[in-house]
Design a protein. Structure first.
Length: 360
């Protein structure tokens, strides 16, 4: 059974400071640690760092840990410092009991993972974002063998394009468009998964014969016009997520939430207007920031623009460049071309649509 408490424990370590580029050790950080079964790289880093999400920096430039994913139970990790005084972890001698009867190799054990999919699975779903090309050119449902919308398993659907026999497909209901807050360009369309199935006849659209899909799992009503996508590796989640700070050039906005509310918090899923075209990757950690209310000077002193007279609001921008404050963190778990889905790992106050995201 998936334990909700694990992600709660993980997320309680999250810092909310924007100055997290520098590794900060805990006052009681141990000088060494012996890896135990069930540890994650995040868990281990949390024993040393105030900012455990920066674990890649703790393992950096380390010839003894070339691949930190291959850390095994029983291995001793020692905290040392490089020539610039920066902390790093190196391997010590493994603390395993050797026996004439049983000789167990480290490589036979399961290596330490980062945050696993099982840990965050309760908070994510297989909904997706359809691109403009998907909507304009992608295959869609024409109808069913019974001539009406369906919501049960075991039906055949007909699709308006040739499809490869035996290939698994997902069927989506297109919902709201996702707009860029700056340009109002359509970044994609939020789409809710309604069914999965398998192609049983390829079709022959040259002779106007549609492809046939057998529905093996209907989640809700399937309607004519629902979009069909091949299920491939890009639509699946990895077994675990390697958490890392996002590229420093990434700056975006929270543009949508699947639950269609305007405020949300820890463990809610949100969409940001940054994707693979902006070099966003799975596991990226971003700070959620909000600009402080704008202020204008009036004859009666400084007032918030929202409280200023209509004249002041029409004739003046803010007289000050008010700072942005960090209010939370999120992790990207699904990346599309122009949009990404992310899980809110924690927040100091309710997160809102139009809040900004950026490198921590």
């Amino acid at each position: 059974m998936i334990k909700r408490s694990l992600i709660t424990l993980i997320c309680c370590f999250l810092p909310w400071s924007l100055s997290a580029d520098e590794l900060r050790l805990l006052k009681d950080a141990p000088k060494s640690y012996v890896v135990v079964k069930g540890d994650t790289l995040w868990d281990i880093s949390a024993k040393f760092l105030k900012d455990p999400w920066l674990w890649p920096k703790l393992w950096r430039v380390n010839p003894e840990i070339q691949n930190p994913h291959l850390i095994y139970p029983g291995e001793e990790l020692n905290l040392v410092y490089d020539a610039q005084g920066r902390p790093m972890l190196v391997k010590g001698k493994p603390r395993l009991k050797w026996s004439p009867k049983v000789r167990k190799s480290l490589k036979e054990q399961n290596p330490i993972e980062t945050i696993s999919l099982n840990t965050i699975a309760p908070y994510i779903n297989y909904n997706t974002v359809l691109s403009v090309a998907d909507v304009e050119q992608g295959p869609y449902v024409l109808g069913s063998e019974e001539g009406y919308k369906i919501s049960v398993d075991g039906f055949k659907l007909y699709v308006n394009q040739d499809l490869p026999v035996g290939h698994a497909v997902a069927i989506y209901d297109k919902e709201d468009e996702i707009l860029s807050p700056e340009t109002e360009e359509v970044l994609g369309y939020y789409a809710k998964i309604v069914a999965t199935g398998k192609v049983v006849r390829a079709g022959d659209m040259a002779n106007k014969v549609p492809a046939t899909v057998y529905v093996d799992n209907a989640l809700s009503d399937i309607r004519s016009g629902n979009f069909v996508k091949m299920i491939d590796e890009q639509q699946l989640f990895p077994a675990f997520f390697t958490m890392q700070p996002v590229n420093s050039s990434v700056k975006g906005t929270i543009v949508k939430a699947p639950n269609k509310v305007r405020e949300f918090g820890k463990f809610d899923v949100v969409y940001i207007d940054q994707g693979s075209n902006n070099n966003v990757m799975l596991g990226d950690i971003l700070s959620i920031t909000r600009k402080s209310p704008e202020v204008v000077e009036t004859g009666d002193g400084p007032v918030y623009i929202s409280d200023a007279s209509k004249l002041h609001r029409m004739t003046a921008d803010s007289d000050y460049n008010m700072p942005e404050e960090a209010i939370g963190k999120l992790m990207v778990f699904k990346v599309f071309e122009n949009v990404s889905m992310a899980l809110v790992l924690g927040s100091e106050k309710p997160i809102r649509l139009s809040d900004n995201v950026a490198a921590p």
